[in-house]
Design a protein around this ligand. Sequence first.
Ligand SMILES: *[C@@H]1O[C@H](CO)[C@@H](O)[C@H](O)[C@H]1NC(C)=O
Length: 474
Amino acid sequence: MLVKRRRTQSTSDAFEDRINSKNPTVIIRQGYSLKSVICLCLAICLICQFLLPLAISFLQNAIKEKPVQKFKNLGGLISAKSDLKKSAPQFLVDPIYDEKWKDIGSKMAIPVVHLPEVEQTDPAKVQEALAAAKAARRSRKAGNLEKALIIIEHAYAMAPNVPDILIEMGQVQEGKNMLIEADQCYVRALVYDPNHVEAIGLRAKTSPIVSAIDRKMLNEVHDLRDEFASLQHSTALRRMMRETYFLYVYHTVAIEGNTLSLGQTRSILESGMVVPGKSIREHNEVIGMDAALRFLNSTLLSMDHDRISIDDILEMHRRVLGNADPIEAGRFRNTQVYVGKFTPISPEYVAEQMDELVEWLNDENTLNMDPIEKAAIAHYKLVLVHPFTDGNGRTARLLLNLIMMRSGFPPVILPVETRAEYYSSLHVANLGDLRPFVRYVAKYTKESIQRYIGTTKTSNCIGKENLELQECAI
Ligand SMILES: *[C@@H]1O[C@H](CO)[C@@H](O)[C@H](O)[C@H]1NC(C)=O
């Protein structure tokens, strides 16, 4: 495209030269009147000054905008996605140039979701907390929101499961314009007491507003994805994709306690050398993630359908856990597991629950869902069933990313620094409200995309890419 642009430019230069040099001589030789010569000159000047640049920039825009327009016209996400699919595998640029790791098996280890425990509260504490909630209500009615917030937070800490406390908390938050948090409180109050009249009334007000806020946020992320899709595949972008690959591996194992740093993770994958002082298990986690990502990239992303089968999930897991636990890798658990205070279903129901999960994944309604919601819920469901002895979290994040990438998003990194938010929103999902987890995923999807868009913007040499990138090496 750029080459073309330059060519157009030089054609117009030549054109100008021709008019400036040849034409006047021709005209004069043929003896036209001074008046018509001047008119002709004026006309030529006008053409050169306005019409030509206009025509050129129109052509340039036409060339530039074509792919974008095509994309937008597709409207629905589903069709947009299939349009993207042809180039989809480009998200996972191979970070390693040589082939030495090519046929590596898999390995891996740790994880497990620690859902924060729900404390059983004793009756005396509940009484005290209810009294505090009343005090908070008085403060709120008197207009002292700060004080009300302090009191109600104290009450909530003592008795987090009591509807009256939750709705007082919600009202204080509403007063502080924290509508999403307030709505979450009402939803939780309704989980504990579905017939709570006051909670129903309060929820009826916040619910539509919060839905609109959520919709808007998801749309913003979709817009960013479109922007990402229209980025030129510059060297800087490819570099960013390589870097993202390491970041993904690093964060997904670190969030479950792996202590390898980003640099060490990178070095293991790049050089295949051991990092002294780090356990074999931790090495195996990194190598397993790499194998699983490569499998996802080479197989699952290039399928010509959007279905996800039990086997797809098992095959991902087989690589995630492969070397660390070859027996358990790629098969459902046949023992009971305990995750903190969360006890997943007993092993005899796992296969059945997984069938249900896959049925849900491939259901027409699910396929038409917003991909961010779908990916987040799929992740949540997998973690809830906890089908494996180990590696559930990593496999769930792979599943999430499979769905996201099939919908045209780059890999989503859930940063290790946000671990608390990750687990607490999963916990809230367990209590019946999936939205905080969807928001969490949307938020980090947005950050993941912005990382790319940011890169190409700072290295805005891409416009002159033909001039060779080393000129503007960043
Ligand atoms: C992903 O697939 C693409 C195309 O099939 C390939 O160019 C790229 O190297 C792959 N990435 C990885 C990490 O294997």
